[in-house]
Design a protein around this ligand. Structure first.
Ligand code: ADP
Ligand code: 5GP
Length: 209
């Protein structure tokens, strides 16, 4: 198998809460193996039942978060539902340099900041729910939030959805497996972009003898 060196890409998945980002991220990571790494964000919100420190998030207090902002430790950071969220920079840059793709589950505010900072590396995918009723059903079925929190997330959904046109790809997450295949097709195509294939010059030089 010919292997041409390439720079990793940054795959952003955004959606209103409950549309399926977390589920899709898990399936994508399982399907892609070593080729894709998840960006683990830092947050000041409390862990939900079952969430694991360092795997789902780095859970910190507000003072620690503020210090990391001052130190420039984040590629982007934003306030969501009154809590702070940020993307640690160092791990992302290291992964991209060794040709590993990085998956981000971040909101539209973070995506805008990444688009300013690293436009060439970024591939933005927005996930829409099939309907508002289905979004609410999924939030309730997930069973992780109180009815008040579900109401709050539904109220916020319209704001998140209003940013759909800032993304490169938009997918309606109706059938889970179909959505997963669409995301994998996007990845496959984006990996072939000329600019990302840093080893092409050398490879072509070899071809031409
Ligand atoms: P998000 O990370 O966007 O908040 P989740 O991945 O937690 O959303 O999904 C919310 C709920 O909807 C979960 O219970 C998940 O199993 C379910 N779900 C996700 N995608 C689908 C789908 N295509 N069809 C039916 N249920 C789905
Ligand atoms: P949750 O608290 O449900 O895990 O996430 C709430 C929202 O915060 C989601 O829309 C998620 O995409 C977003 N989010 C998670 N981590 C980050 C981050 O590091 N930066 C930004 N900007 N948003 C994030």
């Amino acid at each position: 198998m010919v292997e041409i060196a390439r720079r990793g890409l940054m795959l952003v998945l955004s959606s209103p809460s409950g549309a399926g980002k977390t589920t899709l991220s898990r399936l994508l990571l399982a399907a892609e193996g070593e080729q894709v790494a998840m960006s683990v964000s830092t947050t000041t919100r409390a862990p939900r039942p079952g969430e694991v420190e360092g795997k789902d998030y780095h859970f910190v207090d507000e003072a620690t978060f503020a210090r990391q902002v001052r130190e420039g430790a984040f590629l982007e950071h934003a306030t969501v539902f009154g809590k702070f969220y940020g993307t640690p920079a160092a791990v992302v840059e290291a992964a991209l340099n060794r040709g590993q793709d990085v998956l981000f589950d971040i909101d539209w505010q973070g995506t805008q900041q990444l688009a300013q900072k690293m436009p060439k590396d970024l591939v933005r995918v927005f996930v829409l729910p099939p309907s508002t009723a289905e979004l609410e059903r999924r939030l309730r079925a997930r069973g992780q939030d109180s009815p008040e929190v579900v109401t709050g997330r539904m109220a916020k959904a319209a704001e998140e959805i209003s940013h759909w046109a800032e993304y490169d790809y938009v997918i309606v997450n109706d059938d889970l497996q179909e959505t997963l295949q669409k995301i994998r097709a996007i990845l496959l195509a984006e990996r072939q972009k000329r600019d990302r294939q840093t080893g092409l010059f050398e490879f072509v030089r070899g071809l031409l003898g």
